[in-house]
Design a protein around this ligand. Structure first.
Ligand SMILES: NC(=O)c1ccc[n+]([C@@H]2O[C@H](COP(=O)([O-])OP(=O)(O)OC[C@H]3O[C@@H](n4cnc5c(N)ncnc54)[C@H](OP(=O)(O)O)[C@@H]3O)[C@@H](O)[C@H]2O)c1
Length: 286
């Protein structure tokens, strides 16, 4: 793949026949990536904690790709048994699992460590590192049975979050890099690839918790990185095995004068057309 985060991978069937699980499917990146995965042909298991929003996304994806499934789960309270049950239900319902995108993240805002609620710190470490470990661990037997499986973590810029006030979130992203390196080494000879996406700053709810008064449009939307998620989950993602990938995106959009004199904008990412909401009853957890 080129260096760009988007090369239209979502449209080319790069994930046809694959089942991928996306955690944080209700979040900005998780939702955009889930949509791109469905457009690329994947059956997407949408993991999140807000059922009505999961159902809405489910209906949207059902109209553009293979029949998805939702799996409501709060990563903060989920136990190893919950993850084992989840893996068993994916196996029963889908018969396979080819990839996991860990897009969920817990962040409560910028606070000095001295003033941080100890529980908040521990919770961030649990949701951002403990949960990806437990989820991946439970799914590994299923992933190992796939001919080409991918585990994709989502990191943050260590130069930004390894600084004052980023608290448990910042610490957890360093630990997640450690998890990537240990797991990638252990699975080096297997059919399961481990890699990480390190997006640039994105205009999302998570970022707004740190920079409340930021002007909209300052940073690209999470959808700018959706095709990069597809790429890492697809067979083409082999080139990033064991690595952290920080794809550049063109932002702000380049203004191109259209023939009729009206300025048209062009970005590295083609906005994905939103389908009409499907009217069929959404499928519940697999
Ligand atoms: N935004 C940026 O500038 C930026 C930059 C670099 C990296 N990243 C990374 O990109 C990834 C996506 O972030 P985002 O910006 O898209 O943030 P976001 O919109 O806030 O999405 C985060 C998601 O995580 C979910 N989540 C949090 N705690 C959970 C729990 N206990 N159980 C289940 N789900 C939980 C949230 O669920 P709810 O919807 O229910 O709250 C939300 O859907 C994160 O890993 C983040 O670290 C973001």
């Amino acid at each position: 793949m080129s260096d760009a985060a988007s090369n239209g991978g979502a449209a080319n069937g790069a994930l046809a026949g694959r089942v991928v699980l996306v955690s944080g499917a209700n979040g900005a990146l998780g939702e955009a990536a889930s949509r791109a995965c469905a457009m690329a042909g994947a059956t997407v298991v949408l993991l999140g904690r807000r059922v009505p929003r999961l159902q809405r996304l489910h209906d949207e994806l059902a109209a553009i790709g293979p029949q998805p499934a939702i799996y409501p789960l709060d990563l903060l309270g989920a136990t190893p048994d919950d993850y084992a049950q989840m893996a068993a239900r994916i196996e029963d319902g889908m018969g396979r699992l080819d990839g996991i995108l860990h897009a969920a993240a817990e962040f409560q805002g910028l606070t000095p460590l001295q003033n941080t609620d100890p529980l908040e710190f521990v919770n961030a470490l649990h949701v951002n590192v403990g949960a990806p470990f437990l989820l991946t661990r439970a799914c590994l037997p299923l992933l190992r049975r796939a001919p080409d499986a991918a585990v994709v973590f989502v990191l943050d810029d260590p130069h930004r979050v390894g600084r004052a006030y980023w608290g448990g979130y910042g610490v957890s992203k360093f630990a997640l890099l450690g998890l990537l390196e240990v797991l990638a080494d252990e699975l080096e000879q297997s059919s399961v690839r481990v890699s990480a996406l390190q997006p640039g700053q994105m205009q999302t709810g998570l970022r707004a918790k740190a920079f409340m008064s930021e002007r909209p449009g300052t940073w690209p939307p999470a959808s700018a990185y959706a095709d990069a998620c597809v790429h890492l989950l697809s067979a083409a993602g082999r080139e990033h095995r064991g690595q952290v990938w920080s794809p550049p995106v063109a932002w702000p959009p380049i203004q191109i004068a259209a023939d009729d004199g009206i300025a048209a904008s062009s970005t590295a990412t083609t906005p994905l057309p939103l389908p009409m909401a499907a009217t069929s009853a959404p499928e519940r957890a697999p």
